[in-house]
Write a protein that binds this ligand. Structure first.
Ligand code: NAD
Length: 556
């Protein structure tokens, strides 16, 4: 309640088991997923409703959280709740095929789409930053990005190091909600990694959740640990408490041989990147006191960090921007060569997007890990020819510790995802799972995002900034029967730099759910293939022809 909010930090955790507090699983699911996003095991700063991505929130404030929960508990199966930047603003009579929740987060009109204006409106209580899956209630902890990160490092291994990262050293920054996946992704590829974060508690949390092996006491110890592991070709991840700007520059100066360099600090939000010379304890207060000055200092430090990264690039290392706007911010901060560094999507991910492949994920509403193990087995059986998928599911099964409700991620494409979704729904119907499954995805997907510094960087036809695609994706998912649909601005790369959509569909074992699942999970990745066909990608055109996607002007 609100009274509790005033008296101390609220602790929220999703219900487990089969007792409903809403009227059906279609509304119990968003309720549990909203709460799961704020579970202390899942969220980075649950007391502030911050889930991940700097300041990505699940609800605007605790009053809004309570009001959303209350509305979901009484929502009928022919009603739709509208959420405007984390605040419930209306309930309308719709119909049973309509989404139960429609969400719009952080959207601003073009000329107003800047961080200072966003913050002014946020301070007035009119908006909130939703990041991607924070404000759309389908964040599943660090696993959510793990496979994408694993695939990225696997692609680098193939491109540069003969298929394995054994004996190589990766240097990176940022061990937060998403960045924390990096150390495990590198060791899963058999490499050695040094990860720098200013906040020791973030590194400790990754060790606790088995994403990171250890934290070194200082740079000397860190270097000795990683170089020993490298020479023995043993996978190892080492965390170091420090500012990435300082540490990257120092490692460059010491001439340590580094093979791969990247970063996942929250550079997309200059107030969430700690400048050199500022302590973690003073961080929030200084950022609030004078955001303009703090932003300038952060950009100056980012420029220093990126200058060091360019230095590694000049020495022949594989260096890339990991989707956090670091290059763009460093360029504003005065680093002239920031864009010498390539972005990771054109380099490693786009070929997957051409097939509609992206981070498909599902969550067991029962809270029972056995439900995920059963779905893991089902997925491997459904796609027996896909050996990479089998290897991934097996590795994830043994190395990934669940955070919050048990969940799984795996990358599946067009005409694959609905096969898995239908199978899960059938398993629910047959009583093979203890409760329904929620099926969703990241907004970082093939057809759901326009983000010129990340997902749509360097599109073949120059359409990087065309944002009709994510809007069409959200409308299509709404028309296809998704349980909740969201349209956000600014996720991943910051205000002014992206527009993106999300969808979630609930497999409750009913025939109606099966029909919705088939359409949503076919059409959603289908829109990704469509987007890449339109941009002129050959593989996407071939996929459209082979798998029967109708594109009016494809062969015309
Ligand atoms: P987060 O806010 O949870 O974590 C950011 C971390 O960076 C924190 O632990 C913080 O202490 C640390 N940090 C801040 N300034 C630092 C500095 N100067 N030196 C060292 N550490 C510093 O954010 P997150 O969810 O982990 O996301 C990180 C970034 O990655 C965001 O910009 C996000 O948009 C981006 N991202 C990329 C992908 C991708 O696939 N490439 C996916 C998701 C998020």
């Amino acid at each position: 309640t609100t009274a509790e909010a005033a008296s101390g930090p609220r602790v929220v955790r999703a219900a487990r088991g089969t007792a409903l507090s809403a009227k059906s699983w279609q509304t119990e699911a968003p309720l549990r997923m909203l709460m799961n996003n704020l579970d202390p095991e899942v969220a980075e700063r649950p007391e502030d409703l911050v889930v991940y991505g700097g300041s990505g929130r699940a609800a605007r404030n605790w009053e809004s959280f309570d009001a959303i929960a209350a509305a979901l508990r009484v929502l009928e199966s022919n009603e739709t709740l509208l959420v405007q930047s984390g605040k419930p603003v209306g309930v309308f009579t719709t119909h049973e095929w309509a989404p139960r929740v429609l969400i719009a987060n952080s959207n601003l009109v073009g000329d107003w789409a800047s961080w200072p204006e966003f913050r002014r409106l946020e301070a007035l209580g009119l908006t909130m930053y939703g990041q991607m899956t924070a404000g759309s209630w389908i964040y599943i902890g660090t696993q959510g990005i793990l496979q994408g990160t694993y695939e990225t490092f696997a692609a680098i291994a193939v491109k540069r190091f003969g298929g394995s990262l054994a004996g190589t050293l990766t240097l990176t920054g940022g061990a937060g909600g998403m960045g924390g996946a990096q150390p495990l992704a590198v060791t899963m590829n058999e490499g050695v990694v040094l990860i720098v974060d200013v906040d020791e508690s973030r590194l400790r949390r990754r060790v606790e959740h088995r994403y990171l092996d250890m934290v070194a006491v200082d740079l000397d110890e860190a270097i000795s640990l990683v170089t020993t592991a490298q020479s023995e070709r043993k996978p190892l991840s080492v965390g170091l408490v420090g500012n990435a700007a300082t540490v990257f520059a120092e490692i460059l100066e010491r001439n340590l041989q580094v093979d791969i360099v990247t970063d996942q600090t929250s550079a997309h939000d200059p107030l969430a990147y700690l400048p050199e010379g500022v302590s973690v304890d003073d961080w929030r207060q200084l950022a609030e006191q004078d955001p303009t000055k703090f932003t300038a200092l952060a950009r100056e430090s980012m420029a220093k960090q990126v200058a060091a990264m360019v230095g590694f690039l000049d020495r022949g290392a594989e260096v890339f921007d990991y989707g956090n706007s670091l290059r763009a911010e460093a360029a504003v901060g005065g680093c002239k060569r920031a864009f010498d560094i390539p972005g990771f999507v054109p380099a490693y991910i786009r070929p997957l997007f051409e097939e509609g492949k992206g981070p498909f994920r599902w969550v067991a509403l029962s809270g029972d890990p056995a439900d995920i193990r059963a779905t893991d087995r089902a997925v491997v059986e459904l796609f027996p020819e896909n050996t990479a998928l089998r290897r991934w599911i097996e590795q994830a099964g043994s190395s990934v510790q669940f955070e919050g409700l048990p969940a799984r991620i795996c990358w599946l494409g067009y005409k694959e995802r609905h096969v898995a979704g239908l199978k899960f729904n059938e398993m629910v119907a047959q009583g093979l799972l203890r409760a329904p499954i929620v099926i969703g995805r990241d907004h970082l997907d093939s057809g759901s995002v326009a983000s010129p510094y990340r997902e749509t960087e360097g599109m073949a036809d120059g359409s990087d900034a065309i944002a009709d695609w994510p809007v069409l994706n959200a409308l299509l998912n709404t028309a296809s029967g998704a349980t909740w649909v969201s349209l956000h601005h600014g996720g991943g790369v910051g205000i002014g730099r992206s527009i993106h959509a999300g969808q979630v569909v609930v497999a409750d074992g009913t025939t109606l759910a099966a029909q919705k699942i088939e359409r949503v999970l076919t059409n959603d990745p289908g829109s990704g293939v469509m987007r890449h066909v339109d941009a002129g990608y050959e593989r996407a055109a071939a996929v459209a022809r082979e798998r029967g996607l109708q594109i009016p002007m494809l062969d015309g």
